[in-house]
Ligand binder design. Structure first.
Ligand code: FE2
Length: 316
């Protein structure tokens, strides 16, 4: 089997408001639109993903919380209705997704080998969380690419940020090994908001954009600082100040997806492409892309129809 590789990563946040604004047939509530700048950012990301033609999308979601260990969706077909407990007025979504169980099991095995507590989720009636669904819907509304869903272990919240994020680093590296061993061309998705200071009340019309703005000026400045560094490829520096960003901007990256994604990609020092930024009920959200093929960090074996065994240069 040819060695697999991660071809790209996306920062792909999951405010359910974005699905609500899209009015897809799967979502019950109707809207007049809203949050266009973020939704159009996702439209640009979709064009990139279409060009990449990955075998699988892997997503790490803060809203599938597991207190004990890191869990992986392990049922080939999952369907049902997912409701956001905070915004049930906006998100009541009929989902149906196909899981790449072979890869999920490989991720689970490699993470266990790395010393993490892991578990496969085998409940056929499992209700997939709105974070996983929103990210996947927004990046690929056709739902025609198999997925691997990974839970957010709560260690950054219940132990410490440092200890929790070191687990996410191990989880990311294990995910990469699993992808390489199973021969997949994979895209990794970090389902994270940046600054998470938010308003506590919705406007009467939730999609009334005259009410939408950053909740906190310092949080907004933090977001711009982090995005600016990511756009310049200053990955090391971002991870150096990440704990301070998490504390001062109440950033959702604390839950681990961002660290998991960068660890899986090998912390590439390449400029991320910002597709767009916008606030949702005051929180800061960026849709960003790191194309490892375009950056020359991984091979173009299938796209270029080169021999599968051709040597590839790894990310740093
Ligand atoms: Fe969230």
């Amino acid at each position: 089997m040819a060695k697999g590789e991660i071809i790209a990563g996306f920062l792909a946040p999951h405010p359910p408001n974005l699905v609500y604004g899209e009015n897809p047939p799967q979502n019950e509530p109707d809207s007049e639109g809203g949050w266009e700048q973020l939704r159009w950012a996702y439209e640009r990301a979709r064009i990139s993903l279409e060009r990449m033609k990955p075998d699988v999308l892997l997503v790490h979601s803060p809203h599938w919380m597991t207190q004990l260990g890191h869990h992986f969706l392990g049922v080939q077909h999952l369907s049902g209705k997912s409701v956001d407990p905070i915004f049930p007025n906006l998100f009541r979504y009929d989902f149906a997704l196909e899981v790449d169980v072979t890869l999920a099991e490989a991720c689970c095995r490699e993470a266990a080998k790395a010393g993490l507590v892991t578990k496969m989720m085998r409940n056929p009636n499992f209700r997939v969380d709105y974070g996983t669904i929103t990210t996947l819907h927004m990046i690929r509304p056709q739902w025609d690419i198999p997925v691997v869903g990974i839970s957010a272990n709560n260690s950054p919240h219940y132990v410490s940020t440092k200890r929790g994020l070191s687990e996410m680093d191990k989880l990311g590296k294990a995910t990469r090994k699993a992808i390489e061993k199973t021969g997949r061309r994979a895209v990794v998705l970090a389902s994270n908001t940046l600054c998470r200071w938010h308003f506590h009340e919705e406007p009467e019309i939730p999609e009334d954009m005259s009410e939408e703005r950053p909740k906190d000026y310092n949080g907004y400045k933090w977001d711009m600082r982090i995005i600016d560094m990511l756009r310049r490829g200053e990955t090391k520096q971002v991870f150096k100040i990440l704990p301070q960003f998490i504390d001062e901007a109440f950033a959702e990256v604390k839950s681990g997806a961002f660290t998991w994604m960068f660890a899986a990609m090998g912390y590439p020092e390449i400029p991320g492409e910002l597709h767009g930024y916008g606030t949702v009920i005051g929180t800061g959200n960026a849709v960003m892309e790191w194309d490892l093929v375009k950056a020359g960090l991984v091979g173009k074996r299938r796209a270029a129809k080169k021999p599968a065994a051709r040597k590839t240069r790894r990310a740093a």
